[in-house]
Design a protein around this ligand. Structure first.
Ligand SMILES: NC(=O)c1ccc[n+]([C@@H]2O[C@H](COP(=O)([O-])OP(=O)(O)OC[C@H]3O[C@@H](n4cnc5c(N)ncnc54)[C@H](OP(=O)(O)O)[C@@H]3O)[C@@H](O)[C@H]2O)c1
Length: 286
């Protein structure tokens, strides 16, 4: 099996490259400069030259707040380019593996009571910010194309490479004496190592459709920050604030945990608890 990775300089893209290298699995990988997924000709030429069995699309517009202003660009990358990629893969009999987000859901607090174990794959989508809208349109464009696909929704993605909340917290703790972190947005981190492992198993099993990947447990960003510092032995004053006190350009869901039962049952193994994943990540970062 030969894989092609797009967006290989991003957080998840780098995780794929390191893992595939270490396992000696054949692949080609492209960053935004060597393959711009919004360029249809470049995309098709690359697919024709490399002739992969599976495309792993890690390329995405991921700036949640900036997406409120750069709506067209977010749509171009997360919707139009993905739609073209889906058709190009279908025409060449290539499986498309695509990553999406918990932000396709509205995340009303009431949904926490409705879905205590998290949103299942079939729950109604209704994004509250433009990034979520653009990612949902990308999903829909894949689903309407009749091709062999996997859409893996992940939340609060964290890994050893690129940028994420864990790394931002550790950096800010060096620069500031106190930090404010929101205590009314609940979810759970998804760790990149687990995403790569579980996705490869789903590909090996020739699975198709939408799957939620994530960790066991549910926490607020505030609890997550506290535990990052405790486990790292970092002393910093962490102040809990509400979303109203911590204004951002894009609205965020209050609840966005993903229910991972379908992936757990399919793979016959439980997802990691978020604390276990965090400990492993901190070890990898240090
Ligand atoms: N990060 C999270 O917390 C999170 C949460 C839920 C879901 N997800 C999803 O998980 C996936 C991976 O996210 P991530 O954290 O790895 O994102 P990331 O670190 O921002 O990486 C995205 C990559 O896509 C590349 N890219 C952007 N526009 C491109 C284009 N036109 N052509 C080719 N490459 C392009 C970027 O390159 P440049 O940097 O050069 O622009 C970057 O390397 C995405 O689908 C994202 O929506 C992420």
């Amino acid at each position: 099996m030969r894989l092609l990775i797009t967006g290989c300089s991003g957080q998840l893209g780098q995780e794929w490259v390191h893992y595939l290298d270490s396992m000696k699995i054949p692949f080609t990988a492209y960053n935004s400069k060597t393959l711009d997924i919004t360029d249809p000709e470049a995309l098709e030429n690359t697919l024709d030259n490399d002739a992969p069995d599976v495309v792993i699309n890690c390329a995405a517009y991921t700036k949640v707040d900036q997406a409120e202003e750069e709506r067209e660009l977010a749509l171009l990358i997360n919707h139009n380019a993905v739609e073209h990629l889906a058709y190009a893969c279908r025409d060449r009999n290539i499986k498309l593996v695509h990553f999406s987000t918990d932000y396709v859901f509205s995340g009303e607090s009431i949904d926490r009571e409705k879905f205590p174990n998290g949103y299942p794959e079939q729950a109604e989508t209704n994004p509250v910010n433009h990034y979520g809208v653009s990612k949902l349109k990308g999903e829909e464009s894949i689903q309407k194309t009749e091709l062999d696909y996997l859409i893996l929704r992940v939340s609060w993605l964290c890994g050893a490479y690129g940028n994420n909340f864990v790394k931002t917290m550790l950096r800010l703790a060096k620069e500031r004496e106190s930090l404010s972190v929101v205590n009314d947005q609940f979810g759970v981190p998804t760790f990149c190592t687990q995403v790569v492992n579980q996705t490869l198993k789903l590909i090996e099993q020739n699975q198709r459709g939408v799957f939620h990947l994530g960790s066991v447990g549910i926490i607020s960003w505030y609890e997550f920050a506290r535990r990052i510092f405790e486990l790292s032995g970092v002393e910093v004053n962490v102040k809990e604030v509400s979303s109203n006190e911590f204004k951002t350009k894009a609205k965020r869901p209050h609840f966005s945990k993903l229910n991972t039962s379908k992936a757990d049952q399919t793979l016959q193994s439980d997802s990691l608890h978020w604390e276990t994943g965090l400990k492993q990540l901190l070890k990898a970062i240090n």
